[in-house]
Ligand binder design. Structure first.
Ligand SMILES: Cc1cc2nc3c(=O)[nH]c(=O)nc-3n(C[C@H](O)[C@H](O)[C@H](O)COP(=O)(O)OP(=O)(O)OC[C@H]3O[C@@H](n4cnc5c(N)ncnc54)[C@H](O)[C@@H]3O)c2cc1C
Length: 557
């Protein structure tokens, strides 16, 4: 058994920042990660990170934009803290060696992003996430942190209500082992893989969120799912908002530039939810291309502009879709992009379980409320990753030593061995594909009671089926079938929470658009959804939104 004061699960930006803070506080820190740290989804972020560092920008406008962007569901005390920390944390990342792009006068360059009143998205070309991740990873080398790579979190171990550590599965050997720690930080990232067309990497399966949920942690606002308007039709790879920023236009199957109908002033540059809903409506009403998609056209921008400003997009289109955007339109449809919900925390990363902390996309503080602004989530990983690390480091010495016992490990081992022994029953990936089909068909951009009720029924059947889940490959070394099985079970539990919350919320707010309840309903629904685990399905309750200074108004751009 390995022992630490603070154990961080996940080595993306949130996990690394938490580990750094806890190590700087003098604790013994371990990071457990299923991927190499630099393969974390944080590295896929292109656009940038928000911070009011410009001379004419202000923290105050960043706060206001975030509150408004959240459709007034974000907690205003957390948002104030978040935006106030932003300039410090971004400059700190610069001092750690992040090579940010520069303005002509040498200051940090900033680009305009949707929903922001000022250009405040700091970037490193179109590879911001990777630049941040590399700088932070190098800096982490300056403190004493043990990184356990290719270990999958399987269970959170509690004795009574006290955190003892986790049980994890080692991909390289097939071994299961315990990691003891009185303070554990979950920073396991997103869970977009419950959808088939998603911009999320294959590893984004919500492992930590599902494990925490089953152990009794509350999940918050899980029904709010952000769709990005332009994902490649083939596999959902993201085509950055920058493509429209540079002048790209959207056309339907009749060759019409349909956005002028939905957003007569800003056309393709309306907010993400507006553009996504417009594309979807065109296809639904029969004006898409056969097979159901629309075109993003860049051709009129000319070869030089496309190839210099949208280099990565050119690579993606050529390598993954066999299309040359210089001479051909790009077939796109909205794809799942970001989960506003997650493990419920306060602004110190504390959950309802003492000793359990969460940060990054796995957590819900909440600062994004019903809709996240682009550029705010990279920032969230660093601001709240650091807070969670500080809080976990302070907590660890206040409780007696924690210990994961052999029987905790055995329980996890028995479950996995049981799945390996089965000769009948569904295998992981077809089961995951069934889940994705349900979510794509019934839990999309627009929702109705009818579809959501059907989705819940289909998920209940899937859950019954999943009890017979079978791991067809019995081997021990790099048996990714085991990982696939664990991840699929996580996704199924989380999908149920998304759907239950969406069905209960009889209003439209931010990314949650109900056709049968098209208006925001502040009188009844200005509240957070809290889900707690029961084997038969989530128990929902509600919690108030924290207000400081901003009265809810209609959200218009
Ligand atoms: C394509 C794309 C582009 C984006 N662009 C932007 C952008 O421009 N600006 C912005 O602000 N946001 C952007 N986002 C969102 C943002 O990148 C993410 O919200 C953020 O990076 C998540 O960071 P994280 O540290 O929470 O998780 P991740 O970076 O996903 O890291 C998760 C970590 O958890 C580990 N892990 C997961 N499960 C387990 C397990 N069972 N056991 C052990 N370890 C586990 C993984 O190994 C990984 O190290 C983008 C997202 C995507 C998908």
């Amino acid at each position: 058994m390995r022992k630490h004061d603070v154990l961080v699960i996940g080595a993306g930006l949130a996990g690394q920042r938490a580990a750094l803070a806890a190590a700087q506080a003098g604790r013994s820190v371990g990071i457990l990660t299923k991927l190499h740290p630099l393969r974390s989804h944080s590295g896929a972020a292109q656009g940038g990170i928000n911070a009011a560092v410009g001379a004419q920008d202000s923290v105050e406008t960043h706060i206001y934009d975030t509150v408004k962007g959240s459709d007034y569901l974000g907690d205003q005390d957390a948002i104030e803290f978040f935006c106030t920390e932003a300039p410090k944390i971004v400059v700190e990342m610069e001092h750690f060696g992040t090579i940010f792009s520069r303005a002509e006068d040498g200051s940090l360059a900033a680009r305009p992003f949707g929903g922001a009143g000022f250009p405040r998205t700091i970037y490193a070309a179109d590879r911001t996430g990777l630049a941040l991740l590399q700088a932070l990873y190098e800096h982490l080398g300056s403190v004493d942190v043990t990184v356990y790579e290719e270990w999958d979190l399987v269970d959170l171990v509690l004795r009574g209500s006290r955190v003892q550590g986790v049980v994890a599965y080692h991909r390289r050997t097939g071994e299961l082992d315990g990691f003891s720690a009185p303070a554990v930080v979950f920073a396991t990232g997103p869970f977009g893989r419950m959808y088939s067309r998603t911009t999320n990497s294959h590893s984004s399966t919500g492992d930590g969120v599902a494990v925490a949920y089953r152990a009794g942690a509350w999940l918050k606002d899980m029904e709010f799912v952000q769709f990005h308007p332009t994902a490649l039709i083939e596999d959902g790879i993201l085509i950055t908002e920058g493509a429209r920023g540079e002048g790209g236009i959207l056309k339907n199957g009749r060759g019409e530039r349909f956005m002028s109908k939905y957003a007569p002033h800003v056309h393709e540059l309306a907010s993400r939810d507006v553009v996504s809903r417009a594309i979807y409506t065109e296809v639904l009403e029969g004006r898409g291309f056969p097979g159901g998609y629309v075109h993003l056209e860049l051709m009129h921008l000319g070869k030089e502009k496309i190839e210099s400003r949208l280099q990565e997009i050119c690579d993606f289109c050529r390598n993954f879709a066999g299309i040359d955007p210089v001479t051909e339109p790009i077939p796109i449809m909205p794809g799942q992009h970001y989960m506003m919900g997650g493990i419920s925390t306060n602004l110190r990363g504390e959950t309802n379980i003492a000793g359990l902390y969460a940060a990054g996309e796995a957590a819900c503080v909440s600062i994004h409320g019903a809709n996240r602004l682009g550029g705010n989530s990279l920032l969230e990983t660093l601001v709240f990753g650091k807070q969670a690390g500080i809080a976990a480091a302070a907590f660890a010495p206040t409780v007696p030593g924690a210990e994961v016992l052999p029987e905790d490990v055995r329980a996890a081992k028995d479950r996995i061995e049981g799945m390996k022994r089965r000769t009948e029953g569904p295998t992981p990936l077809p089961l995951r594909a069934e889940l994705q089909k349900i979510m794509e068909e019934d839990v999309g951009i627009y929702r109705t009671a009818e579809e959501l009720t059907r989705a819940l029924g289909r998920l209940a059947e899937l859950k019954v089926k999943s009890r017979d889940l079978r791991i067809p490959d019995p081997s021990h070394v790099f048996n990714l079938n085991v990982t696939d099985a664990l991840e699929t079970l996580h996704l199924i539990d989380l999908a149920e929470v998304v759907v239950a919350g969406a069905l209960a919320r009889t209003e439209s707010r931010g990314a949650h658009a109900r056709r049968d309840y098209p208006k925001r309903d502040d009188a009844n629904w200005m509240k957070h959804t809290i889900a707690s685990y029961r084997p038969e399905g989530p128990q929902l309750s509600y919690a108030p939104v924290a207000y400081t200074r901003w009265e809810p108004k209609e959200r218009v751009y």
